[in-house]
Design a protein around this ligand. Structure first.
Ligand SMILES: N[C@@H](CCC(=O)N[C@@H](CS)C(=O)NCC(=O)O)C(=O)O
Length: 256
């Protein structure tokens, strides 16, 4: 009798539980379904997958305008970065030392509008409403944008610490086609190129964009150097075949 009563009570409890949970599931099914639905919607619309599996946001490119002069190595840095990143941009040549066309005074107006004290030096980039100057700062901004925009080629360096060190070193080089500082700079690059195809890793990065205009200005100095700078020579040969660099090389350039 006890066994029968227990079985009867147990069955009643199970039925109650099943009916309670099934009614709860039905009444709140939209909540249960909406969590994964939201999760997948966010992933599909807000992100794209990188090769390595990391998700990155895919924004559209902001309007970018480069204020430049084709002979300036600092402006060339930014031009190379924009070309190599495949970002869409417009450019305006600044007549730095004359009074016709778009002049230094016009550039200063742009800087003032962006809240900067006017200097009238190129390069300057305007990203949406934001005015940015100093070539290495511009390059850093472009590299970040290139890593976020759908369809752009990321210029973020694999070895960011080395890239930063090399860019700082390049920025502090004395203005001369031969100096002890330049020699140690070139030796460091040569060493890095023994390991990597590009200056700061196995892909073209902000470091290449920053340093190429300077290498281009001194590479003819290596002609009589015998077997020296073997990797650098190879690197420069490859660089001269890159469309994004080729476009920026002019016959008549300024030193830095
Ligand atoms: N440190 C600056 C240097 C820029 C610079 O020196 N630009 C030169 C042309 S290559 C310039 O605009 N000079 C204007 C002038 O001399 O009045 C950068 O990296 O952007």
């Amino acid at each position: 009798v006890v066994v029968v009563v227990c079985l009867f009570v147990g069955c009643c409890c199970c039925c109650c539980c099943v009916s309670f949970f099934s009614s709860f599931l039905l009444s709140s099914s939209s909540t249960f379904l909406s969590v994964p639905a939201l999760f997948f919607r966010g992933r599909r619309e807000g992100g794209r997958r990188r090769k390595g599996g990391r998700t990155m946001s895919s924004t559209s490119s902001p309007p970018i305008c480069l204020f430049t002069h084709p002979r300036c190595p600092y402006a060339q840095r930014v031009w190379i970065a924009l070309e190599m990143s495949n970002l869409t941009f417009t450019s305006q040549i600044v007549n730095l030392y004359g009074s016709s066309g778009f002049t230094k005074a016009n550039l200063k107006e742009i800087e003032k509008r962006g809240g900067l004290s006017p200097k009238g030096y190129v390069p300057v980039i305007v990203i949406d409403q934001e005015v940015v100057r100093e070539s290495s700062v511009c390059i850093e901004r472009i590299a970040k944008i290139s890593s976020e925009v759908e369809g752009a080629t990321s210029l973020l360096p694999k070895n960011s610490e080395f890239a930063e060190k090399m860019i700082d070193f390049c920025n502090s080089l004395p203005c001369s086609s031969s100096s002890p500082e330049l020699t140690s700079f070139l030796n460091l690059l040569e060493e890095s190129l023994n390991e990597n195809e590009f200056l700061a890793g196995d892909t073209f990065s902000s470091a290449d964009a920053c340093i190429l205009p300077f290498l281009q200005r001194v590479e003819s100095e290596w002609e009589g150097e015998g077997r020296k700078y073997k990797q650098l020579r190879k690197y420069m040969n490859n660089a001269h075949n890159l469309e994004g660099f080729k476009k920026t090389v002019v016959d008549d350039w300024w030193w830095w």
